[in-house]
Design a protein around this ligand. Structure first.
Ligand SMILES: *[C@@H]1O[C@H](CO)[C@@H](O)[C@H](O)[C@H]1NC(C)=O
Ligand SMILES: *[C@@H]1O[C@H](CO)[C@@H](O)[C@H](O)[C@H]1NC(C)=O
Ligand SMILES: *[C@@H]1O[C@H](CO)[C@@H](O)[C@H](O)[C@H]1NC(C)=O
Ligand SMILES: *[C@@H]1O[C@H](CO)[C@@H](O)[C@H](O)[C@H]1NC(C)=O
Ligand SMILES: *[C@@H]1O[C@H](CO)[C@@H](O)[C@H](O)[C@H]1NC(C)=O
Length: 950
């Protein structure tokens, strides 16, 4: 009510303010009204009568207080409520609605093009089976924000003079990658409390929340993600709430440098006409963790189901009221309605979802969550477009099949990121293939910043590695999400009439380390001066269907011969390379011979398993370092964890617990040794002495389970110390402890105490391993090292403290100093996202930066290794080495790359032990282990048997 004018408001004149409109139909006149007001009221009445006169249709009993204009607007809203969006068309447009006048046409010449659909005439069944999909040689013409033509030999002479020409020189071209699960812009990096707009956690049910209201175009990550070829992302609210709110589909072009006029979230909308809407819901652990406590819902999954059903009930009721109103308005004429159309912002989005206008995306991991949500879809009759984090969908295609609407939801997946919480404990890297075989659709997503969306394509590549057919994997980040978003006629394919979002790649998009050479959004090149990696032009991968023949569990064997081996990278003096192929004999689970091996074959022939390899490789096995394997089974479950301790210095060996799922997986993927330290405060932090152990040991009682009880002495001095103290106090405290150890001559009473291990650091017997990301932190550590060293220096001795850095997101900025001080770095991870303030100066790689940290460190001569930032990465160490190798412009050799994930961690932390000899710890692969289509065939792990995958 607006009383500012000093006059009673319209409603106050009409009746007592709190009545319903209906009861105010016959207002009682006040006898004490002033003459002026009476006149005004009369004038109003006169106006209304006049209006009625003109609106002859308006019956005598119409409510005079309702605005006819608004009633008509409401009637128009009825049309909108009852309309069913259609997928916006692509073909036939003169220009993209996002096109900005003045843009120049672009001709991309001589590309190898993935159209994104099989050739015309391919049957659906054949297409699904992978037939008819091919790379074609073509030129691609972009104009008015659209792909105009895709064909070979487009003559430049036929094009406008200002046409920009890009020579792809035969390289591979695809449409821009689409990530249908991202929080870029709302969960900006580096993380700052003030910028976190991911979850509207004021309540569990917030259908009214809209991600667009929080998208900051300045999130650096929007540009970083684009540098991985991602042009379009669905920005979802987080998963803290059961009903999180509305999501928006954006393109990664912001402001003038990206060819836009505005710096605004609206300008980023992929479909300015907003044909489809999107929303996010989430089942499972999160909502009950965030909101549940005694007396407060949802406490359990039962409470969550109630929250969902109650919300759907409210939205359904609103829809019913609206439909009744609309029907009546049609029936009696809108001018005769006695109330306005019922509308409630709170339930509007959910109501629209029940009307089929919103593509619903639901975060749901487990079978009970999936089943409950599928039940809700049938009770309230709405479709689900995709289940996200759908780790267990591969186990229950028949439940998905029961989803309302006759179209089972797709599964939005990570390729192999799991075990981080109870609902992620059951999962399979083969899920994509299994779902696809069941007639369902896997798509690959980042959940940025959970995974760095810059590399979401690599999720699809790994899906291919794990058996999903090549075309389905590439579709899983292009045409499949486009279709699921209702944008399948505009995005996700390289065809005339589609939006001109294009990437030219430096290598096959599903190969390890693939990076864009250039990215176009709506026809505008996005990188002015891109760094381009030197890679040989080898053409597309030949899809290898044998990757789909999955051997999930190995068999054990003691004696075997592998033929067709072309590379052996074992100890430093055992390097064999021959494209002819040679043999490797394994005798009693050890490498007995590499080469011709006649004697060994004869000797062992009785029960010698023969495996013929094509391009076989035998390498050292990998070492999982700086993760929590051996100390944790499920990251978020404290009962499975050794526990954090920022205060008490302890020995990992005292908390070691073997036989976990993570360790089993590690072993299968060639990680046969691990070095783990107790955590300071969560994953990727360290405090105490690390333990070196064998991943295949079932318990710590097993013979040789532990190869080094106390490897290195660990402290964490990264952002996590801020949970306990200040940086300056933490570094000062370490200096003080080292000085005490250096100057205290009293005999050590407890040889397992912190003081005893620090004494060994002072004596150069143990490595001091510091977990630090920022360059300033590294600089301070180097200064403390030299301060202590100079204090200890006598005329005859110059002691050296052996230092190592773990983490090292910004270590490239100190590469020279680290090399001079002989300090090794365990990059954890290999490619930092720069998620936190102390990591923000990261190098994200081509096309944005000239190399990444590993390149700068190796060039400077720093001994470098790759750590496990998160434990699921145990499957991917071979690929990590592959990325370092392939993206090094030829500066890193195959052997050096393998050392990054095997021996270097031992050298850096001082864990070079005889038991680690290469003869017992090895990996046999078919194909180079850096390649996406390589396969592990055997793993030797220092045990009595070798694991064989055939
Ligand atoms: C296309 O690129 C390939 C590889 O660089 C080159 O061999 C070929 O000659 C080029 N074709 C044309 C028509 O430019
Ligand atoms: C899904 O339902 C359809 C139609 O009822 C049926 O043909 C198909 O076999 C079902 N698939 C699964 C996996 O249950
Ligand atoms: C597929 O991989 C298998 C096993 O590594 C190999 O024998 C076969 O030659 C490969 N096929 C193609 C087409 O590369
Ligand atoms: C082969 O057999 C001989 C005689 O039994 C034995 O001395 C030799 O060590 C064996 N070689 C291998 C590689 O096992
Ligand atoms: C990239 O870095 C390498 C190695 O540091 C250097 O040799 C090269 O000149 C740089 N390239 C560019 C384009 O700056």
């Amino acid at each position: 009510m607006d009383d500012k004018l000093g006059l009673p408001s319209y409603e106050a004149v009409a009746g007592s303010g709190t009545d319903t409109r209906r009861s105010r139909q016959r207002p009682r006149r006040s006898v004490r009204r002033s003459r002026a007001i009476r006149l005004l009221a009369l004038a109003c009445l006169g106006f209304i009568v006049l209006a009625q006169w003109y609106q002859l249709l308006r019956a005598d009993n119409a409510d005079p207080r309702l605005s006819l204009e608004k009633l008509n607007a409401d009637l128009a809203t009825c049309k909108k409520l009852q309309s069913k969006p259609k997928n916006p068309i692509g073909a036939g447009r003169d220009k993209n609605a996002r096109y900005i006048d003045g843009g120049k046409p672009t001709l991309i010449k001589n590309a190898t093009v993935w159209v994104g659909e099989p050739v015309k005439g391919t049957s659906d069944a054949d297409a699904r089976a992978g037939k008819g999909w091919e790379w074609i040689q073509a030129d691609v013409l972009l104009e008015h924000g659209l792909i105009k033509e895709v064909k070979s030999g487009i003559a430049l002479s036929s094009l406008p003079d200002d046409t920009v020409v890009f020579d792809a020189a035969g390289r591979q071209l695809t449409t821009g990658v689409i990530d249908m699960h991202s929080h870029a812009g709302v969960d900006s990096l580096p993380e700052l409390v003030g910028n976190d707009d991911t979850n509207e956690m004021s309540a569990d049910v917030t259908p009214w929340a809209r991600s667009i209201d929080g998208i900051t175009p300045f999130d650096k990550q929007i540009q970083t993600i684009k540098s991985g070829g991602v042009t379009t992302s669905l920005i979802l609210p987080g998963s803290g709430n059961n009903i999180g709110g509305e999501a928006y589909l954006i393109k990664h072009a912001v402001g003038k440098p990206d060819g836009r006029q505005e710096v605004s979230a609206t300008d980023m909308l992929a479909d300015p006409d907003r044909n489809w809407r999107y929303m996010k819901m989430a089942c499972g652990e999160n909502a009950k963790r965030v909101y549940g406590r005694v007396g407060r819902r949802p406490y359990s999954r039962m409470g969550e189901s109630y929250e969902f059903r109650h919300a759907f009930e409210q939205a359904r009721d609103l829809n019913q009221k609206q439909d009744d109103w609309c029907a009546k308005a049609e029936d009696v004429g809108v001018e005769n309605m006695d109330e306005y159309l019922p509308q409630e912002i709170f339930w509007e989005t959910l109501g629209a979802a029940l009307r089929g206008q919103v593509h619903v995306n639901v975060h749901c991991y487990t079978v009970p969550d999936l089943e409950a949500m599928v039940d809700h879809t049938n009770e309230f009759e709405f479709a689900v477009r995709a289940f996200h984090h759908a780790h267990q969908t591969y186990l229950v295609p028949e439940i998905l099949n029961r989803t309302w609407g006759g179209r089972p939801p797709a599964s939005a997946l990570f390729a192999d990121n799991m075990y981080y919480k109870a609902e992620a404990y059951i999962g399979s890297e083969f899920a994509g293939k299994i779902l696809y075989d069941a007639g369902l659709t896997p798509v690959y997503v980042s959940d940025n910043p959970v995974l760095n969306a810059q590399h979401v394509l690599f999720e699809a590549a790994k899906a291919y590695h794990y058996g999903l057919p090549y075309h389905a994997a590439l579709s899983g980040v292009t045409s499949a999400p486009a279709e699921l978003l209702g944008m399948g006629e505009r995005l996700g394919k390289v065809k005339a009439g589609f939006d001109a979002d294009i990437v030219v790649w430096d290598s096959d998009p599903l190969s390890v380390g693939a990076a864009p050479v250039q990215v176009w959004i709506d026809g505008t090149a996005q990188f002015e001066d891109p760094f381009e990696l030197e890679k040989p032009l080898v053409g597309p991968l030949v899809p290898n269907e044998s990757l789909g023949e999955i051997v999930e569990e190995p068999t054990g064997f003691r004696n075997a011969i592998f033929t067709g081996v072309t590379r052996a990278y074992l100890s430093d003096d055992e390097v064999y390379e021959s494209d002819e192929g040679f043999s490797v004999v394994i005798f009693e689970a050890e490498i007995a011979c590499v080469g011709v091996c006649r004697f060994e074959i004869e000797n062992a022939s009785s029960n010698l398993k023969k495996v013929d390899l094509k391009n076989g490789w035998i390498t050292r096995s990998f070492t999982g370092v700086a993760g929590t394997i051996g100390l944790n089974d499920i990251d978020a479950e404290t009962s499975t964890d050794n526990g954090d301790n920022p205060v008490v210095f302890s020995r990992a060996v005292d908390g070691l617990a073997l036989g976990s799922k993570k360790l089993h997986v590690a072993h299968k993927y060639g990680v046969t040794k691990a070095i783990s330290a107790p955590t300071f405060s969560g994953g990727n932090t360290h405090h105490g002495t690390s333990v070196g152990f064998i991943t295949s040991a079932e318990t710590t009682l097993d013979k040789d389970a532990i190869f080094a009880s106390d490897v290195a002495v660990h402290y964490t001095l990264d952002l996590n110390v801020r949970g306990v103290t200040s940086y300056s106090a933490a570094f000062g405290g370490l200096r003080q402890k080292l000085l005490v150890a250096a100057t205290n001559d009293a005999p050590i009473v407890d040889p397992f105490s912190e003081a005893a291990y620090l004494k060994k650091v002072i004596d150069g017997e143990k490595v001091l391993a510091l977990t630090i990301h920022s360059v300033e932190g590294i600089a301070t550590a180097l200064r403390i090292k030299s301060e202590i060293e100079s204090l200890l220096k006598t005329s005859t001795t110059s002691p050296r403290i052996k230092l190592a850095i773990i983490g090292g997101a910004e270590s490239h900025l100190a590469a020279k100093e680290l090399a001079e001080a002989s300090v090794g770095v365990i990059l954890s991870p290999l490619q930092s996202t720069g998620a936190r303030w102390d990591q923000r100066r990261v190098l994200t790689g081509a096309p944005l930066t000239n190399g990444t940290a590993v390149d700068i460190l190796l060039e400077a001569g720093v001994l470098t290794a790759v750590g496990l930032e998160e434990d699921w990465q145990v499957r991917d160490l071979g690929f990590a080495a592959g990325i370092a190798y392939k993206n090094s412009n030829g500066q890193v050799s195959e052997k050096q790359a393998l050392d990054l994930v095997s021996i270097n961690a031992h050298k850096i932390l001082g864990a070079e032990l005889p038991a680690m000899e290469a003869k017992k710890h090895f990996i046999v692969t078919e194909g180079c282990p850096f390649e996406i289509d390589s396969r592990i065939k055997a793993v030797g792990s220092g045990r009595d048997e070798v694991a064989l995958f055939v």
